[in-house]
Design a protein around this ligand. Sequence first.
Ligand code: ARG
Ligand code: ZN
Length: 472
Amino acid sequence: MNTRSRIRAGAAAVALALLAAGCTGSGSGSGVRGTPGAAGLRDPLFPRLGNGGYDVSHYALTLSYDPATGRLDGRAEITAKATQDLSAFNLDLAGLTVRGATVDGAPAAVNRAGDELTLRPHDEIEDGAEFRTTVSYGGLPQTITDSDGSEEGWLKTADGALALGEPTGSMAWFPGNHHPSDKAAYDITITVPSGVKALSNGVLTAEKQAPGGRTTSVWHVAEPMASYLAMLAIGRYDTSSTTSTAGAGGTIPVLTAADPEVAAETAALRARIPEILDWQKENFGPYPFAASGAVVERDDDVGYALETQTRPVFPASSFDTHTLVHELAHQWYGDSVSPASWKDIWLNEGFATYGEWLYAEDFEHTPAQKNFEKAFANDAAWAFPPAAPRTPEDLFAAPVYQRGAMVLHRIRQEVGDDTFFEILEGWPTKHRHANVTTEDFTTYVESVTGRDLSGLWDVWLYGDGKPDKPTD
Ligand code: ARG
Ligand code: ZN
């Protein structure tokens, strides 16, 4: 389009918007009468998490980190589509200092209140328009302590740092829409002093020298990713590369990294990832991402394993077969099919736990029924219904994991193995790379089985307390 017709088309669009909005010009010159996007998405457990009024499609993060000073500097370029006429919108960011922001190339006014960053663009943004935001920021990123005492966000390690974000820690290292319902593609470019490595999610597309004796690594995540699954691992690592054919579209790279102190002791299990993915492909369907792997840290550096997308993170002492099977199962259940809100977390943890029960059944002579009975006998599993965690503290508690897995086993008991395994594979296939609610799941199971299973849901998913032991 030449310049003249572009101006004319633009003028026509403004005129149409004026007509549609029924306004005669506000004097601001933009012609749109937008309102601010909401400062939170009203997640029942984290009401202020995420932001309304737009939907992110892509994050380009350009970061540099200096382990000697602990300083992170970054530029986030966020491509999003407005879902309302916007006069302003929010991003979540914990700590750090914002140096400046632009929207579609023009400087935007920035306001800061706690973890909420409000950007007021020079021109209002029309509903449906794609817009590009840049935020320049830096500082010493924070470690966030969750209500269950776990540490996430930015974790300093002996020789670098680890960025982990479930449920809310990713806002400690980049601004964004930090709710799992707004998934996006990512390109993460990270520069660190040469001699330490910087790993992230997805595929390493470039590694190059940077000024000042530094190295830049470029990581590409093509499939939608919830921000809580974004990861950075900076430090000295021994790495190992292989491939897997479990992916939907052919051979994919499998890259593992381990702190040199724990590299030798974890090498044999790291090498088993392709074999575990092949077994999971048989049960869950093709592996949903273009890369796989793992990062194994010293126990002092991280307190729990996390299913960061494509490349889960483990402390060495929990890098065992079951935990590896669990975090890899999350790639289907949680990472590709993600919860619509945090109260749906049992759809992550119940399935990943059931993945362990299936592994025990296939390779360790322990039928899932045995693990069901063990979980049933665990008093802690009955503290609350798995589909109704009451507080953020409940998110990673026994009812979510064990009673979540019990729900799946109850379905298996009701419908039999053939239909059950059809559900296990059909669910992540139907909702690949999307977000789901607990109701989506019960509706799906009832549609596959053609049965009304409301009795099962009432008792096992939503019911308070321990039911009678089912007779098998
Ligand atoms: N989702 C992790 C798992 O695979 C656990 C994360 C624990 N995080 C926390 N903040 N407590 O089970
Ligand atoms: Zn888990």
